[in-house]
Design a protein around this ligand. Structure first.
Ligand code: SF4
Length: 85
């Protein structure tokens, strides 16, 4: 990923967090909730979420969304399983 595309990451609330919280080897609901709580305080959440959805980031919590949540947000609203259904 080009640095200029993710320069906002330097302002992310996660910059001093343990990477394992956002990219766990064994994801769990508790870990996801803790990561999302950090994202909820983040001043660049919108940029982060937009980038991750657009780039198709397959792993980790980005912009307060899990991989499945990002995948569903990319589906047309009319399809079963989309974020709007
Ligand atoms: S939204 Fe979450 S993952 Fe993205 S930069 Fe902020 S804290 Fe990090």
């Amino acid at each position: 990923m080009p640095l200029e595309e993710i320069g906002w990451l330097r302002s992310g609330a996660c910059k001093s967090s343990d990477p394992e919280l956002f990219f766990p080897l064994a994801p769990s609901p508790a870990q996801e909730a803790r990561a999302k709580a950090v994202c909820a305080t983040c001043q660049v959440l919108t940029e982060c979420r937009s980038y991750a959805v657009r780039a198709g980031e397959a792993d980790g919590i980005w912009g307060g969304l899990t991989p499945d949540e990002r995948r569903r947000s990319r589906l047309p609203a009319s399809l079963p399983g989309s974020a709007a259904s």
